[in-house]
Write a protein that binds this ligand. Structure first.
Ligand code: SF4
Length: 96
């Protein structure tokens, strides 16, 4: 198991073995995605998690408190089906 200083990946807030958490981190629902992001905010591994997800080009899910879509960080998921004419497209977020 990789450690980062005194922190180990087993310290991750999502490493509980709870299947519901796995569902949250890969959900399509905005409220569940928001819930996953809140969990990340309390995780001691947030920064390395985000950096490694960017490096890997994560195809989807919440990693390091950010939502990924095809390797990019986006601000929100687009709903299912055809977008309404007045609906803005999800924006790619610049992560420093
Ligand atoms: S920051 Fe990464 S390791 Fe921590 S809870 Fe979020 S997804 Fe899990």
């Amino acid at each position: 198991m990789e450690t980062l200083g005194t922190i180990s990946w087993t310290d991750a807030k999502c490493a509980t073995g709870d299947a519901r958490l796995l569902h949250l981190f890969f959900s399509e629902a905005e409220n569940e995605i928001a819930e996953a992001k809140v969990i990340c905010q309390t995780c001691p591994l947030q920064l390395p998690c985000l950096e490694q997800a960017i490096e890997r080009g994560e195809p989807w899910g919440v990693w390091g408190g950010q939502l990924f879509d095809r390797g990019r960080v986006i601000d929100r998921k687009r709903g299912r089906g055809r977008p309404r004419k007045d609906e803005a497209r999800p924006q790619v977020v610049e992560v420093a």
